[in-house]
Design a protein around this ligand. Structure first.
Ligand SMILES: Nc1ncnc2c1ncn2[C@@H]1O[C@H](COP(=O)(O)OP(=O)(O)OP(=O)(O)O)[C@@H](O)[C@H]1O
Ligand SMILES: [Mg+2]
Length: 208
């Protein structure tokens, strides 16, 4: 379980995230909605440890992240607005490189296949379409075998069939006890019973 209490995040001298509390259990997803500029990307980046908290606390599996940041980093996969993959490498080189960085990460041919990437494996990423690049980035997350996925607009640029593929991947991840926190404008049609929503507004964050 990831829990966050009264998070505050500042950027450019302004408070962007103010007093946000949230939690996501193992086997559950939290989907963060909100208008452009409401702070979704800022919140996801702060949860991933990429932006400092000016106040508040994060706990992973009941342990304050400050007490064991290495364990938290080991357990999370982050995908931001940008894909985080190299345009100079091929699809397979990117995924092999990601797998080489972490012992738990395994390049799975069935993931490539389901992502529609098998035929694109030897192409350089900078020759792919935006949606194809997003599929590579998502395949990296899936192959990471990390329990916690922190995702910013994961289905951005995906066509309907790729979005359905990724929704099925989220369900499979939840089924095996994984946790997903995703910011998105597009509804994620994963198992409703295991999905909660957080609506962010700049002035009054609230949890439904
Ligand atoms: N590097 C930065 N420096 C200063 N302010 C920033 C920076 N990045 C974002 N902001 C501000 O933080 C606020 C929230 O931005 P953020 O990207 O978190 O919103 P968002 O909810 O993800 O929006 P979108 O739906 O467009 O993705 C915006 O008002 C933006 O101007
Ligand atoms: Mg954003």
């Amino acid at each position: 379980m990831l829990s966050a209490t009264r998070l505050e995040v500042m950027r450019g001298g302004r408070t962007i995230v103010a007093g946000v509390s949230l939690y996501a259990d193992a086997g559950h997803a939290l989907v963060i909605h909100g208008a452009n500029g409401s702070g979704k990307s800022t919140l996801i980046a702060a949860l991933a440890g990429l932006l400092p908290l000016s106040s508040g606390a994060l706990a992973w599996q009941g342990v304050p992240v400050r007490a064991n940041p290495a364990r938290y980093r080991r357990d999370l996969a982050f995908l931001g607005h940008t894909d985080g993959i190299s345009g100079e490498l091929t699809v397979l080189e990117n995924l092999r490189f990601a797998a080489s960085l972490d012992a738990r990460s395994v390049l799975k041919p069935d993931v490539l296949d389901a992502a529609g990437l098998t035929a694109l494996g030897s192409l350089h990423v900078n020759r792919l379409s935006q949606g194809q690049r997003r599929r590579v980035a998502l395949a990296r997350v899936i192959c990471s075998n990390k329990p916690l996925w922190l995702l910013d607009e994961p289905t951005d640029a995906l066509d309907d069939s790729a979005a359905a593929w990724f929704t099925a991947c989220i369900d499979a991840h939840l089924n095996t006890g994984g946790t997903v926190i995703a910011a998105t404008h597009r509804p994620i049609e994963s198992d409703a019973a295991r999905t909660r929503r957080l609506h962010l507004t700049r002035s009054a964050p609230c949890c439904a």
